[in-house]
Design a protein around this ligand. Structure first.
Ligand SMILES: Nc1nc2c(ncn2[C@@H]2O[C@H](COP(=O)(O)OP(=O)(O)OP(=O)(O)O)[C@@H](O)[C@H]2O)c(=O)[nH]1
Length: 385
């Protein structure tokens, strides 16, 4: 297939994929950060490929200047979309200045000092830099967000890396070898390879962004299934799953673990005195503060109402009591900003070999909590086994 056909087919396919991405962005049940920029970038790629494919049929200003300008802008907009996806912001000024400078220089090498080689080196070089930066951002930032194993992340990283290699090779080729100075639409093997390569990469990237968006929606929905929306803590269902898993582990390896039931004292009074909205904020704040005081592999869940449950794997009763005391002391000693002072009571219990179910352990912790309430509140009681 000759380069013009491959670029024009690439343009039409990218246009169709951009359309699919646009529909997806409108139809997605949850907003995906960065999606609108990926859509815009995809339309820019469609436009750029169309203008580049029409070389010799339209003016150089339309094909070379606008075509290359749109392509560079598309990659910057894609990069900004991915940064937004990872809750980061792009620094527009340097990127836009660089793209304006390159587009201006390309125009110079069309009208003032005609040189295809110089244009290729500059445009392919900048595209390689932007896409390398983009691949780096996906690997680092999304890896940190623990989505590194998601399909969208791997697809995006792979195709950005391939696109970077294609552009970098094209720029180096134009510098080093005589064939590198042949025109964009020249029918030689090298040129066909490059145009085909970058067309496929652009297409695969639009697909990769759609996959990233669907990964995001799936992750959010999965999170909503296991988390309490008010406090962000795990919900009761996820708690019992974690408890059952810990029970199985303890039965098999005989490892001790503890649970603590936490209840806010006289929480009804908070609601009655300050209103339910303040009550809700107190619940969220209690959850945040308690979570910050436990170990990362402890499980903190909302058991119901103003009751929370903490699962502490591989923890002796003594250590569990220390953790519980830390939480009780910290929450009772000072209030979160502009919220009423509260105290909490807790019931703690340790796993024993007779525990047949999660429910029996929870019932024991609940009884200990009941004793703590009966003994005056703002205290911790240990359940007998
Ligand atoms: N704001 C708010 N209040 C809630 C929520 N869930 C439960 N509650 C309230 O929590 C209060 C619990 O009251 P009680 O069970 O009497 O317990 P308490 O007032 O904390 O008294 P003790 O536990 O005995 O110290 C009730 O008034 C519920 O309406 C919630 O999601 N938001």
């Amino acid at each position: 297939m000759d380069p013009r056909t491959s670029i024009l087919i690439g343009s039409i396919t990218c246009g169709l994929m951009a359309l699919v991405l646009t529909v997806l962005a409108r139809a997605t049940p949850l907003p995906v950060p960065g999606m609108r920029r990926w859509v815009l970038g995809s339309w820019l790629v469609f436009l750029a490929l169309l203008l580049l494919g029409l070389r010799d049929w339209i003016t150089n200003l339309g094909s070379v200047t606008l075509g290359n300008g749109a392509l560079i802008l598309a990659y910057i907009v894609w990069l900004s979309g991915t940064l937004e996806y990872g809750q980061r912001r792009i620094r527009w000024v340097p990127w836009l200045l660089l793209s304006a400078l390159v587009t201006g220089t390309v125009t110079w090498f069309v009208y003032v000092d005609e040189s295809y080689r110089a244009r290729v080196v500059i445009v392919a070089g900048l595209c390689a830099v932007i896409n390398a930066r983009h691949a780096f951002v996906v690997m680092r930032m999304l890896g940190q967000h623990q989505r590194s194993k998601a399909l969208g992340t791997s697809l995006t990283t792979t195709w950005l890396a391939v696109l970077t290699v294609v552009y970098a090779s094209r720029a180096l080729h134009a510098i080093a070898l005589p064939q590198g100075n042949s025109g964009l639409l020249t029918q030689d093997a090298i040129q066909i390879l490059y145009t085909g390569g970058f067309t496929v990469c652009n297409l695969m990237l639009v697909i990769a962004f759609a996959t990233l968006a669907s990964d995001h929606v799936r992750a959010r929905i999965e999170e909503q299934v296991v988390r309490d929306p008010l406090t962000g803590a795990l919900n009761r269902r996820a708690l019992f799953e974690a408890l059952e898993l810990e029970l199985q582990r303890s039965r098999r390896y005989g490892r001790k673990f503890c649970i603590a039931m936490l209840d806010i004292d006289h929480f009804k009074k908070v609601n009655d005195q300050f209103g339910h909205l303040v009550g809700d904020r107190v619940l969220a704040s209690t959850c945040r503060r308690a979570t910050s005081l436990i170990r990362p592999n402890d499980v903190f869940a909302r058991y119901g109402g103003e009751e929370f449950l903490i699962l502490m794997p591989e923890t002796t009763l003594e250590s569990a009591m220390q953790a519980a005391e830390r939480i009780r002391g910290e929450i009772g000693s000072n209030a979160d900003d502009n919220l009423p002072c509260i105290t909490v009571s807790m019931g703690v219990t340790e796993w024993c070999a007779d525990d047949v179910s999660a429910e029996s352990m929870v019932a024991r912790a609940d009884s200990a909590l009941y004793v703590a309430k009966a003994n005056g509140r703002n205290r911790i009681e240990i359940a007998g086994s």
